[in-house]
Design a protein around this ligand. Structure first.
Ligand code: HEC
Length: 312
């Protein structure tokens, strides 16, 4: 009886990979089943070897070709600028967003729509409700139909979207040499590099290098894919006068409009960071507490030791 129990314990221990009971000398030893080339004929081994060399060589060649093409690209990658809102705990600079809205309204909105933004979004972020109402009333909105079935225009209200400079995409293309000015609501999320890219793009216009000719109606910009962009340099020093008296240098204007675009694409930016901070603070108390309580409650079960006694 004892021998049968010991044998059962041994086979159980072996099947679980742990040898609680030493195996009997001369007992069965599992043998790994390793794939090997030893069984193949010489010709097959040579063919397999050649296939391996070709595959590795081909991949290497493809990689070399690809990276040589990359190296010959003229496109500049934007440097990373020290945005004040990029810190772990820093919020967006709201006076910069407000100035950025002014830049968008006075400059960019001549060509670019921002169809996901309404005037009410400005309330509490950049403007007071009264200010936003005044801004909304400046635009004319088509509404209707009225009781006679006719469309009519009225002045804008807080719930209206930002007006689109063109009635449709074809009109936008026709006015811009065939190029479509993209909607700016989510542009920072849509472009690699985000605000670094748009800042570099806005401030990076320069003369084309010797030997590069740019087609009529296009402008040289080293940060744009292909270097020839259909947007004329949109900003320069003192292009506008800021309401708050900040000197409107080109770099200030570019910085403010980028901060505004970041807020436009991510209105939850500040709340997200605040919530993240709360989560980290609460978790840093709760997780060690749960860890210690688990250790405490399970201390008996986890420090138990099991012995098996041979009785043969
Ligand atoms: C005169 C019209 C006009 C004005 C004003 C203008 N843009 Fe543009 N913008 C364009 C056109 C056209 C394109 C498309 C360019 C292309 O595809 O070659 C464009 C493209 C862009 C792009 C996308 C570039 C890319 O990577 O595809 C961004 C970002 C941009 N504009 C930002 C701005 C900002 C910010 C302002 C305001 C400071 C502004 N634009 C003012 C016409 C304009």
């Amino acid at each position: 009886m004892a021998a049968v129990a010991a044998a059962a314990a041994r086979s159980l221990a072996r099947s679980r990979g742990r040898f609680l009971v030493p195996t009997l000398p001369g007992g069965p030893h599992p043998r790994a089943n390793v794939a090997s080339l030893a069984g193949l004929s010489r010709g097959k081994r040579v063919a397999l070897g050649a296939l391996g060399v070709l595959t590795v060589g081909g991949a290497g060649l493809a990689w070399a070709l690809q990276s040589s093409v990359n190296a010959s690209e003229l496109e500049l990658h934007p440097p990373s600028y020290p945005w004040s809102h990029n810190g772990l705990l820093t919020a967006l600079d709201h006076s910069s967003i407000r100035r950025g809205y002014q830049v968008y309204k006075q400059v960019c909105s001549a060509c670019h729509s921002m169809e996901y933004l309404s005037f009410r979004n400005l309330v509490g972020a950049t403007h007071t409700e009264e200010e936003a109402k005044v801004l909304a009333e400046e635009v004319e909105v088509q509404d209707g139909p009225n009781e006679n079935g006719e469309m009519y225009t009225r002045s804008g209200k807080l719930f209206d979207r930002f007006p689109n400079p063109y009635p449709n995409a074809e009109a936008a293309r026709a006015a811009n040499n065939g190029a479509l000015p993209p909607d700016l609501s989510l542009i920072l999320k849509a472009r690699d590099g985000g605000e670094d890219y748009v800042y570099s793009l806005l401030t990076g216009y320069c003369d084309p290098p010797a030997g590069v000719t740019i087609r009529e109606g296009l402008y040289y910009n080293p940060y744009f894919t292909g270097q020839a962009i259909a947007m004329a340099p949109p900003i320069y020093n003192d292009i506008l006068e800021y309401d708050d008296g900040t000197p409107a240098t080109m770099s200030q204007v570019a910085k403010d409009v980028c901060t505004f675009l970041r807020w436009a694409g991510e209105p939850e930016f500040d709340d997200r960071k605040r919530l993240g901070l709360k989560t980290v603070l609460i978790a840093s108390v709760v997780i060690p507490f749960v860890y210690l309580m688990t250790k405490h409650k399970f201390s008996v079960a986890l420090s138990r030791k099991m012995f098996y006694q041979r009785r043969d």
